[in-house]
Design a binder for this molecule. Structure first.
Ligand SMILES: Cc1cc2nc3c(=O)[nH]c(=O)nc-3n(C[C@H](O)[C@H](O)[C@H](O)COP(=O)(O)OP(=O)(O)OC[C@H]3O[C@@H](n4cnc5c(N)ncnc54)[C@H](O)[C@@H]3O)c2cc1C
Length: 472
């Protein structure tokens, strides 16, 4: 490795390349700061997990062309309380929710285009707005705006060391092309996501099961900056052994499968473990979001593997999938094709079929099994029509509920309870302050965009002459 080159005179260094980083960089630049953004991924894979996103959550008192009806501050906060079971920092949550009221127009002003819900292309939602062209288009628009505004953007650039303290410039060592550049910015904005792509770190919390997890997003979010902050005495928040997991097709890629590997047809069939046995009520939750509840269940199965089994009728009711299912004309040959014991699967299906009702007066969706453990409490229809189909299932990790504590100006909090006055964090690296449990659709991008914008503005303000060494 060649010698370290030192570059000085920068106001704000933004670390990361997803929505939090881009919103922070643009906001800081628009506030008059000189800004450099370093993204670990190559340009072709820039954008972190934001590439995979479709929509974002926003409060609004009246309909706008991009979102119907209304969704007020209290309704948003109530939804957040419900999914987190009350484990949210109310002050920060209200900063987030109020900030969401202006984020759509701010993004639009920075080149991001939204879907018109009247087009009918996306599902109805009064809580979220959808990006035209998805998260990738959003990311591309923000990169173009940042570049146009004069933000310096470096790809293939990994932050490998950080130093900061009161009344001095920060230091960041950037690994690029096998050499280290040391940058000494006045302020840092850390937007490098959580640690969900770091299997070794996941193993510390989930044991060997972590080896069988699929990571739905970018492999570059390894928590390296999060680790540097914790080692430097920044206060952790949340719990590294809690993760948002959904059920995904086990045949998808280990990383970056995105949303298309989700399996959304569980209520139309039965789910068995690697012994061919059912282990949970497949009809308990028939909403289209049911897949989010099955990730953790499959993570608890031996080998973290399970199989969705459908007959031809159930398959006909399912939405299309990225990969076709494994199909066979008999239950025994289907079992052999996926590596299950044929006799065990035949017994499970025979018992299941025998427990399904045949009362034609009961609508199919309302039928439940009788005397079966576990029951199937909705859409309990016998699996009898060939060909039979199977999807192998694994848990797919979206993010972990763990990060660093921040105050309401996005400054990271130290273990001694004081803020680091020139170090800011935004996005999933600090999401656990408001979301230490559960998930609300569209909250990830809202968190990143609203807190990213705020962190960028605060970092630029802090970098101004006269602002340094001030009090609060
Ligand atoms: C499949 C999938 C679908 C999703 N769909 C939605 C959705 O529809 N709506 C929604 O609101 N949310 C969605 N989310 C969640 C949402 O994408 C994230 O919450 C959001 O993108 C987080 O943004 P971020 O900027 O904080 O982090 P990320 O987008 O994860 O970006 C982190 C960035 O930091 C970079 N980085 C990491 N370490 C370093 C380092 N040491 N040096 C330099 N750079 C580094 C990474 O390369 C990456 O670019 C989805 C997530 C996934 C995985």
């Amino acid at each position: 490795m060649s010698e370290t080159a030192v570059s000085r005179g920068l106001d704000v260094l933004v670390v990361g390349g997803g929505s939090a980083a881009l919103c922070a960089a643009i906001a800081a630049r628009r506030s008059g700061a000189s800004v450099r953004l370093v993204e670990q991924a190559p340009a072709s894979l820039r954008g972190g997990n934001t590439r995979h996103a479709r929509n974002f959550r926003l409060m609004h008192d009246r309909p706008a062309w991009y979102v119907p009806d209304n969704y007020g501050e209290d309704a948003f906060f109530k939804d957040l309380l419900r999914v987190t079971h009350g484990a949210t920092d109310e002050q920060l949550a209200r900063v987030l929710i109020r900030g969401s009221a202006t984020i759509a127009t701010w993004l639009d002003g920075n080149g991001v285009r939204l879907q018109d819900p009247a087009s009918g292309v996306m599902p109805y939602s009064k809580r979220t707005a959808f990006f035209l062209g998805g998260g990738k288009a959003m990311i591309n628009a923000l990169y173009a705006t940042a570049a146009k505004l004069g933000v310096t953007i470096d790809y293939d650039s990994e932050v490998v060391a950080l130093a900061f303290g009161e009344d001095r410039d920060c230091e960041a060592d950037i690994l690029h092309d096998d050499r280290i550049d040391r940058i000494t910015p006045k302020t840092l904005v850390l937007c490098s996501g959580g640690h969900q792509a770091n299997i070794d770190w996941l193993r510390e919390s989930f044991g060997d099961a972590a080896d069988n997890f699929m990571i739905r997003g970018t492999p570059y979010v390894t928590g390296s900056v999060l680790r540097l902050l914790l080692d430097a005495g920044v206060k952790p928040v949340g719990n590294p052994s809690r993760a948002h997991m959904v059920v995904v097709d086990a045949r998808g890629p280990k990383f970056d499968g995105g949303i298309v590997t989700r399996i959304t047809a569980i209520p139309h069939g039965i789910v068995v473990d690697h012994d061919g046995r059912r282990f949970h009520d497949e009809g308990e939750d028939a909403r289209k979001t049911h897949f989010a509840r099955w990730g953790a269940r499959i993570a608890a199965c031996p080998g973290q593997i399970a199989y969705l089994i459908l007959d031809a009728k159930g398959f006909g009711r399912a939405l299309p999938t990225a990969l076709p299912p494994i199909r066979a004309d008999t239950v025994a040959s289907l079992a052999s094709a996926v590596g299950l014991n044929p006799a065990a699967l035949e017994t499970t299906i025979m018992d299941f079929n025998a427990a399904t009702g045949d009362d034609d007066n009961v609508p199919a969706i309302e039928r439940c099994t009788k005397g079966l453990v576990p029951p199937k409490s909705r859409a309990a229809l016998p699996l009898v029509v060939p060909p039979f189909a199977a999807y192998p299932l694994r848990p797919g990790v979206t993010f972990t509920h763990f990060g660093v504590a921040v105050d309401d100006r996005m400054r990271v909090m130290k273990n001694d309870g004081s803020p680091a006055r020139n170090v800011f964090a935004a996005g999933m690296i600090m999401a656990a302050n408001v979301l230490s449990n559960g998930y609300l659709a569209g909250l990830g991008v809202t968190l990143s965009a609203v807190f990213g914008r705020l962190a960028g503005e605060e970092a630029a303000r802090r970098a101004q002459p006269g602002e340094r060494g001030d009090g609060d």
